[in-house]
Design a protein around this ligand. Structure first.
Ligand SMILES: Cc1cc2nc3c(=O)[nH]c(=O)nc-3n(C[C@H](O)[C@H](O)[C@H](O)COP(=O)(O)OP(=O)(O)OC[C@H]3O[C@@H](n4cnc5c(N)ncnc54)[C@H](O)[C@@H]3O)c2cc1C
Ligand code: FES
Length: 273
């Protein structure tokens, strides 16, 4: 059981929870995630550890309500329990000292997994530029938190309702055109966004890391559900990732596998309301 210590609604469909999970809070590293089950009938859903506090033993989860389980999670309140939370899972992010810029590109709720990565690069002494992108203003989250741990932040929205009007790829081009050396690009967000960032960064010959979000079940490398193709080789995102070299990923296969249960997910969502 993991008690909900704090809950905040950050936008219509995005909410933050601090959940009591002291062992996970103590052992988590940037890039790690958890898998939770709300109750004994609940499915297992993976969520990234966006932050942790070892003093009160809490981990921070930032979730976008997208379907049945994230909707049920959003309905829980402070003082209520989540049946089980397992983690930390996945390989931690590789953080090293760079002589050039680290450009961190986060799309929508992808900002949550990006937060500990930006923090780690900042602590390492790397110069970090964060690009936060979303469809509209309501989906831009954690801007103030990111400002404190980065050298520069560029916010953009597709419709221009906040920050610069344009896509994250347009902002990457602007940063690239300044001519400053870029040592690494990190992109986390919808698979389609990561695909286009990688196509561009390949053209610019920039090392690029992505954090993949295939459907996961057990999170231990046993079920094979999260398989992804990396350089033509099958890898399990839960144990080999979730971070990989973005230029080696078969994004079309990832997009296809993410949509594999669309019909059933739609039926669950309809049944929910
Ligand atoms: C490593 C990892 C970290 C993640 N971190 C976050 C996070 O910090 N915040 C956040 O909001 N979301 C995160 N996600 C995505 C989140 O797990 C899904 O949005 C959630 O499982 C959807 O469940 P649902 O029942 O509400 O929606 P559904 O209607 O069941 O599904 C909606 C879509 O979510 C995806 N999805 C569904 N079930 C799963 C599953 N078991 N595993 C992965 N994806 C699934 C599919 O693409 C699906 O089409 C992460 C996913 C992974 C793999
Ligand atoms: S989630 Fe089952 S192998 Fe990765």
């Amino acid at each position: 059981m993991a008690k909900i210590l704090k809950k905040e609604q950050w936008s219509e469909n995005v909410f933050m929870m601090q959940v009591h999970a002291p062992d996970i809070a103590k052992n988590r590293k940037p890039g790690n995630f958890i898998i939770l089950r709300i109750n004994d009938k609940g499915e297992r859903i993976p969520l990234t550890i966006a932050d942790a506090n070892t003093e009160d033993g809490s981990i921070m989860l930032v979730t976008q309500k997208i379907g049945l389980s994230t909707g049920k999670l959003m309905d829980l309140n402070v003082g209520e329990d989540i049946l089980d939370v397992i983690g930390p899972l996945g390989q931690p992010t590789h953080i090293e000292k760079h002589d050039g810029l680290v450009v961190c590109i986060a799309g929508g709720v992808g900002t949550a997994p990006m937060h500990p990565i930006v923090e780690a690069h900042h602590k390492m002494g790397n110069k970090v530029i964060v690009i936060l992108g979303a469809r509209d203003k309501s989906l831009i989250i954690m801007e103030e938190m990111m400002k404190k741990i980065s050298d520069e932040i560029i916010v953009c929205t597709d419709n221009g309702s906040y920050g610069e009007k344009g896509l994250v790829t347009d902002m990457l081009t602007k940063v690239y055109d300044r001519g400053e050396k870029i040592s690494e690009v990190i992109a986390i967000g919808p698979a389609i966004m990561m695909k286009f960032v990688c196509l561009l960064s390949k053209k610019y010959e920039l090392k690029t890391t992505v954090s993949l979000n295939p459907i996961m079940i057990d999170g231990t490398g046993m079920c094979g559900c999260c398989r992804v193709l990396v350089n033509g080789e099958t890898k399990f995102a839960c144990v080999d990732g979730p971070e990989f070299d973005g230029h080696a990923i078969d994004f079309d296969l990832l997009l296809k596998r993410q949509a594999m249960y669309k019909e059933q997910e739609h039926q669950c969502k309809v049944g929910l309301h």
